[in-house]
Design a protein around this ligand. Structure first.
Ligand SMILES: C[S@@+](CC[C@H](N)C(=O)[O-])C[C@H]1O[C@@H](n2cnc3c(N)ncnc32)[C@H](O)[C@@H]1O
Length: 175
C-alpha cells in the first residue's frame, strides 16, 4: 500500500494503520525484513499491480534478506487492534481485511462486518481475501462490487462520520 500510494503521489497525504491482534506479527511487520526467496513473488505482484519503478529501489539486500526502505514507514502507524472486541477508531477511505474473518464463527463475522462498515468513509473501499465475500453479511446491500475476483467492494451509503460536517455546512445528508 505504501509503494502504491507513493507512486500515485498520495503518500504524503495519507496515514496507513497497520493493525493486528498479535504483537509479534506487528513487530515483524515493523521490522520490514523479508527473506530474499520471497522477493521474486513480490516483484511479480508489484509489476502486475502496475509498479512504475525498479522494485529493487524499495529495499536493501544483505545476506539472504531484504529490508524495505524506511521511508515507506513514515506514515504507517502499527497498532494492536482486536476485531473481536475493539471498536471502530477512525474513518478510512480504504480497508483491507484479508483472510481473517474467514476463521471466525457467524456471530463474530457479523460483528467484524459491522465494524468494517462503520469504519468506512462514504464511497470507501473494502478489500477482502480471495475466499471471502460479503454475501449474507449485515451490510451486504450497502456495497457495490468493484472487482469480484479481487473481492473489492465500495460502500455506497453515506457515512455517519461525515454527517456533522454536512450539518455545519447547512446541508442535509440524503435519506
Ligand atoms: C491468516 S493471517 C492473514 C494475514 C494477512 N491479512 C494476509 O492476508 O496475508 C490472519 C491474521 O489475523 C490476525 N488475527 C486473528 N484474530 C484477530 C483478531 N481478533 N483481531 C485482529 N487480528 C486478528 C492474526 O494474528 C493473523 O496475523
Amino acid at each position: 500500500m505504501a509503494i502504491l500510494l507513493k507512486e500515485e503521489g498520495l503518500y504524503d497525504r495519507c496515514r496507513i494503520y497497520a493493525t493486528d491482534i498479535n504483537e509479534e506479527v506487528l513487530r515483524k511487520a515493523k521490522a520490514a525484513i523479508y527473506p530474499m526467496d520471497c522477493i521474486p513473488k513480490y516483484r511479480d505482484n508489484y509489476m502486475k499491480a502496475g509498479g512504475k519503478k525498479d522494485f529493487a529501489s524499495y529495499y536493501t539486500s544483505g545476506y539472504d534478506h531484504a529490508i524495505l526502505d524506511s521511508s515507506l514507514q513514515a506514515n504507517i502507524v502499527f497498532s494492536q487492534h482486536n476485531l473481536a472486541t475493539d471498536r471502530c477508531f477512525n474513518e478510512f477511505n480504504v480497508i483491507l481485511c484479508r483472510n481473517v474473518v474467514i476463521y471466525f464463527n457467524r456471530a463474530l463475522q457479523d460483528r467484524v462486518h459491522r465494524l468494517l462498515y462503520e469504519s468506512l468513509a462514504t464511497f470507501g473501499i473494502l478489500g477482502l481475501g480471495r475466499s471471502e465475500n460479503l454475501r449474507f453479511t449485515p451490510h451486504e446491500k450497502e456495497y457495490e462490487s468493484l472487482d469480484g475476483g479481487e473481492r473489492l467492494y465500495r460502500r455506497t451509503t453515506q457515512s455517519s462520520w461525515s454527517a456533522p460536517i454536512q450539518a455545519i455546512a447547512g446541508k442535509s445528508p440524503p435519506n
